[in-house]
Write a protein that binds this ligand. Structure first.
Ligand SMILES: [Zn+2]
Length: 312
């Protein structure tokens, strides 16, 4: 931030005796460092400390400062602009074969609010006891067709969980990390233990709005309860006609990642392209800001867990 010393030295030159507070303010630039915001930020700092008044500094000096501020802001593109440029280069390099074309990168790591996203729709109370949970529209209409067919066969499908954004997933993860259930494990071992059934924020298929959890979070219910057994048998026989698949089957075939989840079903017509995009362009910055995030690389979250699925 080259404009910081310029303001500082100008203030010193005018013997204004810049206070610690002014420096503290100047050294806290806005998060979104666009040119306009930097200009407004500089104006606000000067305004707050009444530096523009005739008592403190001549107007002319302030006006002379503005070009320096502007130039220093213009010297280097912002981090966002650099990232965008790199992204464009990468995604344009193989025309027609880019697996991320048409994908909103924010959706991959769950960095959005499905309540405000036009691609998502709230799930009707007919299908879930939860209020205001969401799915992508296409996945929801496929589920509705499946739900009707199951109902005609005497099976009641109930959605217990659907889209979960990054913030929600962080809540689940941090609760487990700090809970008594995992306190006997430390560091990486604790992360691996939680990963038996829960995803790290930024890596969950529930971010994508294509995956649902049905009826009970226990394999045992689907294996031994008469209602659960019938429901699971119905899903195995029929769900694929509606695009839904159990992606976390048992691991006897060598599948890596999460343990078996008989309740977790994925709408593959939308989830498969999202997975292809995720694997080719893993979302940057997704594995930061939660407990144990530093283990994500050494555990190979992307390769072992995001890609650790059964395919039809
Ligand atoms: Zn699930």
């Amino acid at each position: 931030m080259t404009y910081v010393p310029q303001i500082h030295s100008a203030l010193r030159a005018e013997s204004l005796g810049a206070t610690q507070q002014i420096l503290a303010d100047v050294q806290k630039p806005p998060a979104e460092d666009t040119h306009l915001e930097l200009m407004l930020f500089a104006l606000n700092v000067l305004n707050k400390h009444e530096i523009y008044t005739m008592k403190k500094i001549p107007w002319l000096l302030f006006l002379q400062l503005l070009p320096f501020i502007w130039m220093s802001c213009s010297e280097t593109p912002s981090k966002h602009e650099e990232n965008d440029a790199q992204e464009l280069q990468r995604t344009d390099s193989i025309p027609g074969t880019n697996p991320c074309s048409g994908t909103n990168p924010m959706h991959l790591a769950g960095q959005f609010n499905p309540a405000n996203d036009p691609e998502f729709q709230v799930i009707s109370a007919r299908f879930t006891p939860k209020t205001r949970i969401f799915l992508r529209k296409e996945a929801l209409s496929a589920f509705e067709a499946m739900w009707n067919a199951a109902r005609n066969d005497g099976i009641e499908l109930i959605i217990l969980s659907a889209t979960r954004n990054w913030t929600y997933q962080r809540g689940i993860w941090n609760r487990k990390w700090n809970g008594l259930g995992y306190s006997e494990f430390e560091g990486k071992a604790r992360a691996i233990e939680i990963l038996k059934y829960s995803a790290m924020p930024g890596s969950s298929r529930h971010h994508w709005g294509t995956d649902i959890d049905l009826n009970a979070f226990e394999n045992e219910w689907f294996e031994n309860d008469p209602v659960g057994k019938a429901l699971y048998a119905w899903l195995q026989a029929n769900a694929s006609q509606y695009g839904y698949h159990q992606v976390y089957g048992d691991t006897s075939n060598g599948r890596r990642g999460y343990r078996e989840e008989k309740w977790h079903w994925s709408y593959l017509p939308l989830a498969d392209p999202l997975l292809a995009c995720y694997l080719s362009h893993p979302p940057s910055g997704a594995f930061e800001g939660f407990e144990g995030a530093q283990w994500s690389d050494s555990i190979s979250i992307v390769e072992s867990y995001v890609n650790g699925i059964d395919r039809p």
